[in-house]
Design a protein around this ligand. Structure first.
Ligand code: 3Y8
Ligand code: NAP
Length: 249
């Protein structure tokens, strides 16, 4: 009896949940609980942390999970590290569903930085109008460069004002569209976009909009993740589930 746990929070996780529901396979999608109203799913949903590696291992055993699919965001490095460790500890079959990193296209003006601190350091210099499309969790780091005007985009309205002297908050959840992102950048006279190299299509609109407007992009490279088997399509996950189930693992 297959019992699949999806670590979710991405477009790919939702697509996998839909495919598993269509095949009437037992599956649960897990959210961290970062936003007020996570997207409804056609499978069971659980919300909240597990309590580190030990908590996840206990959950896997207690819930009789047979397959663990890590479909979290490429920047959710702690969750992915915990998933690999808990799968190794319990022997539960483990696979990552991720998406290829974006690569610069003709007309792109990308400047790569290694991480959030690197992006903050790269913003030293005269005041600019910066679109920080990084969500809510890293905004405070940019207070080290208070000279800029920041356009922030959050999933939920902030409970308290972000610690940036000059900012505007746009409350919106993706997937975003190119036309809307072009209009947003024009309305706020943006001259620089800061982005994680998330990959996928849900956050890509801002890169296409920046290209159309000839704007530079500060691209934050992905954190290192533990070694694991990775696929980048739902079909590959379904084949893996069928194959590992046949092996009785
Ligand atoms: C809670 C669950 C789906 C999933 C949709 C994807 C696409 C739209 C684009 C910009 C970039 C950003 C952010 C982003 C996108 C998808 C995907 C994606 C980027 C939801 C969701 C949860 C979250 C958490 C949220 C983070 C934030 C990051 C906003 C659901 C809507 C910036 C990542 O306010 C907060 O605390 C938000 C926190 C983690 C990163 C951060 O550090 O702030 N995602 N986003 C998940 C949970 O609780 O476990 O409601 O759908 C999901 C999606 N957001 O099923 O359609 O596949 O990634 N999410 C980034 O890429 O840089 C926005 O603004 O251009
Ligand atoms: P993270 O930093 O890697 O994880 C921190 C802790 O949050 C984990 O140790 C775990 O707590 C909990 N957690 C994370 N993802 C979880 C999940 N899917 N289910 C249950 N608990 C989870 O993670 P994050 O970057 O904050 O991401 C949180 C969520 O937002 C994930 O669903 C991720 O896919 C989504 N997301 C993140 C980004 C991003 O930029 N980071 C972008 C888009 C979507 P315990 O240790 O207690 O188990």
């Amino acid at each position: 009896m297959r019992n699949i746990l999806i670590l979710g929070g991405t477009t790919e996780a939702s697509a996998l949940a839909a495919a598993l529901a269509a095949r009437e396979l037992t599956a649960t999608l897990s959210y961290a609980g970062r936003v007020a109203n996570p997207k409804p799913q056609p499978v069971a949903v659980r919300i909240g942390g597990f309590g580190g590696v030990a908590g996840l291992a206990a959950y896997l055993s207690g819930a009789g999970v047979t397959h663990l699919v890590d479909a979290t965001h490429p920047f959710a490095a702690r969750m992915s590290a915990n998933a690999a460790a808990a799968a190794a500890r319990t022997g539960v079959a483990h696979l990552a569903l991720t998406r290829p990193a974006w690569t610069p296209q003709p007309g792109d003006r990308w400047y790569h930085v290694a991480d959030i601190p690197g992006a903050v350091a790269a913003l030293a210099g005269p005041a600019r109008r910066v679109m920080l499309a990084l969500g809510r969790m890293h905004v405070d780091a940019f207070a080290a460069q208070p000279q800029h005007h920041y356009l922030l985009r959050f999933v939920d309205a902030p409970r308290e004002a972000p610690g940036l002297a000059h900012h505007h908050v746009a409350v919106d959840r993706g997937p975003f569209t190119v036309d809307a992102d072009i209009a947003l950048m024009r309305a706020h006279e943006i001259d620089l976009v800061v982005s994680k190299n998330a990959g996928g299509r849900g956050a890509e609109a801002k890169l296409i909009a920046a290209r159309a407007l000839g704007l530079p992009v500060l691209m934050i490279d992905r954190p290192r993740l533990p070694p694991r088997t990775e696929v980048d399509t739902v079909a590959a996950v379904l084949r893996w589930i069928d194959h590992t189930a046949d092996l009785g693992v």
